[in-house]
Design a protein around this ligand. Structure first.
Ligand code: UT7
Length: 329
């Protein structure tokens, strides 16, 4: 019989930039209103990094907190994964930049791009790499400077997103919440539903791509909304079924923080009351790959989870991608 040794979260940390922008402030430069944003999304304010801060700087703040929380020295880290769609630059990876800023040893570093599902994908990948025995302590980060790809002339997207970062130190050795189940999926049949069209090999940067604003995030909000609700429901059910668990076994669900109406629809479809969902999107907006670790960190700080509790993390994003993770506290 194979006895599974679970990967543990030794420590967690998060960072929200200090510059807070309220809906009211946004409505002074964008054709929108606090009432529209509040009622359609639940977002009240978001945080934006400064001009001097890149994604790796946000990641650095979160990573330092996670290392301190774990009581792990930078020298002990032998694997760095950064989930992001807003890397410092196309290459080299933000994980490599972070390695240097943190003063880590010359250990394996790479970025993982699964949009809003990125942090949960990265937990799955790190778990497998730790299971190989060739890595002992992984630093997994979800970090985004969404403000760097937002089109301030597109009110349908620019009011939704925010900047931030969250990080976790993982190991098979030591104490902490256990990662007991993973599920990842994707459907690449319609990438234009949510994308940044220009700047890659399909549409390299040119004066035409700049003037047509194709370097900014584009989204078909209504279609993404419908898919998000449907796919997050099935993702939760699939993972729990694989582990012979019921929704009633779960103490807290931490969903991707995009829109409170998505969370409410998920709550109805799963028949799980809203007080079992942890949300902080009202203060951060949608921070893509940072959203789940920002919320998980906050739930841990607020002691919303006790020993033995099962927590279900569920994400959905561009790709389309989706992922869910079960954490036993
Ligand atoms: O992180 C990846 C996952 N992303 C998501 O999960 C986002 C999913 N989508 C959504 O959250 C919602 O679809 C939105 C919040 C983006 C939009 O909400 P909606 O209820 O689907 O609005 P809509 O797109 O149907 O637009 C309704 C109206 C439109 O006006 P008309 O055509 O009815 O006259 C829009 O032009 O609201 C208008 N509108 C706005 N009005 C004021 C769109 N954006 C704004 C705005 N302020 N910012």
């Amino acid at each position: 019989m194979v006895t599974e040794k679970y990967t543990r979260i030794l420590g967690i940390g998060a960072y929200g930039p200090s510059r807070v922008v309220t809906n009211e402030q946004l409505s002074q430069t964008v054709d929108t209103s606090d009432e529209w944003i509040r009622s359609r999304t639940g977002i009240l304010e978001r945080r934006f990094g400064s001009d001097e801060q890149s994604t790796s700087d946000l990641a650095l703040e979160a990573a330092q907190k996670a290392l301190a929380h774990a009581g792990v020295l930078p020298d002990e880290i032998d694997l760095v994964l950064v989930a992001t769609i807003t890397p410092d630059m196309a290459f080299p990876s933000t994980a490599c930049v972070l390695q240097h800023k943190l003063g880590l040893r010359k250990v394996a570093c790479f970025d993982l791009e699964a949009a809003c599902s990125g942090f949960l994908y990265a937990l799955d990948v790190a778990d497998s790499m730790l299971a190989s025995g060739r890595y002992k302590k992984a630093l997994v980060v979800g970090a985004e400077k969404m403000s760097s790809i937002m089109d301030w002339e597109d009110r349908t997207t620019c009011v939704l997103f925010g900047d931030g970062a969250g990080a976790a130190v993982l190991s098979k050795e030591g104490e902490g919440p256990a990662l007991v189940g993973f599920y990842c999926g994707a459907d690449g049949s319609n990438p234009s539903l949510l994308c940044q069209p220009a700047g890659g090999s399909a549409l390299p940067a040119s004066s035409e791509t700049l003037s047509s604003r194709k370097h900014f995030l584009k989204m078909n909000g209504r279609e993404i909304f419908k898919s998000a609700v449907r796919v997050m429901e099935s993702s939760c059910r699939t993972l729990l079924e694989e582990h012979n668990l019921e929704l009633s076994d779960v103490s807290l669900i931490i969903p991707h923080q995009a829109n409170m109406r998505i969370v409410e629809s998920l709550s109805q479809r799963l028949e799980v009351p809203m007080n079992k969902f942890y949300c902080n999107l009202e203060r951060y907006g949608n921070t893509s790959a940072a959203s789940i670790p920002l919320a998980l960190n906050e739930a841990v700080q607020k002691k919303a989870l006790s020993d033995g509790d099962l927590c279900l993390l569920v994400a959905f994003g561009a790709g389309l991608t989706w992922s869910s993770t079960i954490v036993r506290f």
